[in-house]
Design a protein around this ligand. Structure first.
Ligand code: NAD
Ligand code: TYD
Length: 332
């Protein structure tokens, strides 16, 4: 299959492209990426010379860029490209509305014109927070951050294109991913690399918020399965079934890394901080998917990867990220 992947230089997109090339010898990929602060060609250095891998620098909000990428002749498009960090969406919402909403619209338009199957990558955050139980794919969308609201808007556009134009589109809504190549603004790589640098870890509020952790390779396998076996027009939740409070997560990281509670710095809470995300994953399990990594194993693998790949994250942490970090966390 010829697959157009957007946002393939980011965390999940790069892991997905690697998996696709490994698992499907006949597949070819075109990666359309704007190379924002979160897009890093280093994430795909090992596949750069594979003749089945192609790269185009471009913006999903630019109709000409999107048209040019579709002229490559994809049979399917997987739309990962997005602004993704909740905290940045609180300080700069416009970037999120532009890329996550307008960008998705551009992809939808071109997919409709060319009759290409679309798998749109969404998030469990579109459902909002849930105190107990889990959201199903039919639960109402109640997003609470500019990030999740932009992602929810995109999901509704996808739905409209399925209903109105009969576009063959599917949506995957996954829980929090973790693993190799995740930009260190997100909690797990931030905490792990801070500890490797001898810094403290900034824990928001009471640390009582709950996230369901999903190892990135497991998510990529789910995405690949939905792309090939999912029913058009359907939505699939994907989650690791590994819910932890942030305090539990922090303690697990400290233990693996041999650090103590004195390494934790309590910092003010995020505004509008969702208490808990949880999704019912029976539908994707019905396609034959289940996670291969439990949280303990995935977290150990992740810590080991960051330990062994200082050459990947050190330039990030001393570059664009440093200014962002100091402004946000001060001297921690
Ligand atoms: P990321 O921030 O690591 O990467 C985003 C990528 O998109 C980067 O390579 C960036 O350069 C590219 N990009 C951004 N704006 C673009 C534009 N206008 N045109 C083209 N490319 C652009 O993100 P990620 O964590 O890999 O997330 C990928 C997708 O998965 C997103 O849609 C996100 O909402 C969704 N998701 C992420 C998680 C998670 O835990 N990381 C969980 C659920 C869903
Ligand atoms: P994050 O990785 O930003 O993902 P999301 O907000 O999309 O779930 O944050 C995961 C959890 O960790 C979230 O409850 C906020 C918390 N957190 C901290 O406690 N400290 C931090 O420095 C960051 C970045 C997040």
């Amino acid at each position: 299959m010829r697959v157009l992947v957007t946002g393939g230089c980011g965390f999940i997109g790069s892991n997905f492209i690697r998996l696709l090339l490994q698992e499907h010898a006949e597949d070819e990929v075109l990666n359309l990426d704007k190379l924002t602060y979160a897009g890093n060609p280093e994430n795909l250095k090992d596949v750069e010379d594979d003749p089945r891998y192609n790269f185009m620098k471009g913006d999903i909000c630019d109709a000409r860029d999107v048209e040019e990428a579709f002229s490559w002749g994809p049979e399917a498009v997987v739309n990962f490209a997005a602004e993704t960090h909740v905290d940045r969406s609180i300080t700069s919402p416009e970037d999120f509305i532009r890329t996550d909403v307008l960008g998705t619209y551009r992809i939808l338009e071109e997919a409709r014109k060319e009759g290409v199957r679309l798998l749109h990558i969404s998030t469990d955050e579109v459902y909002g927070s849930i105190e107990s139980g889990s959201f199903s794919e039919d639960s109402p969308l109640m997003p609470n951050s500019p990030y999740s609201a932009s992602k929810a808007a995109a999901d509704l556009l996808v739905r409209a294109y399925v209903r109105t134009y009969g576009l063959e589109a599917l949506i995957v809504r996954s829980s929090n991913n973790y693993g190799p190549y995740q930009y260190p603004e997100k909690v797990i790589p931030l905490f792990v690399t801070n500890l490797l640098e001898g810094r403290k870890v900034p824990l928001y509020g009471e640390g009582k918020n709950v996230r369901d952790w999903l190892y990135v390779e497991d998510n990529c396998r789910a995405i690949d399965l939905v792309l090939r076996s999912g029913s058009p027009g359907q939505i699939y939740n994907v989650g690791g079934g590994e819910e932890r409070t942030n305090l539990e997560l922090t303690r697990a990281i400290l233990e693996i890394m041999g650090a103590g509670e004195e390494s934790v710095e309590r910092v003010p809470d995020r505004p509008g901080h969702d208490l808990r995300y949880s999704v019912d994953t029976r539908k994707v399990r019905g396609l034959g998917w289940s996670p291969r990594y439990d949280f303990e194993t995935g977290l150990r693998k992740t810590v080991a990867w960051y330990r062994e790949h200082t050459e990947w994250w050190k330039p990030i942490k001393s570059g664009e990220f440093r200014r962002y970090y100091v402004e946000k966390y001060g001297d921690i």
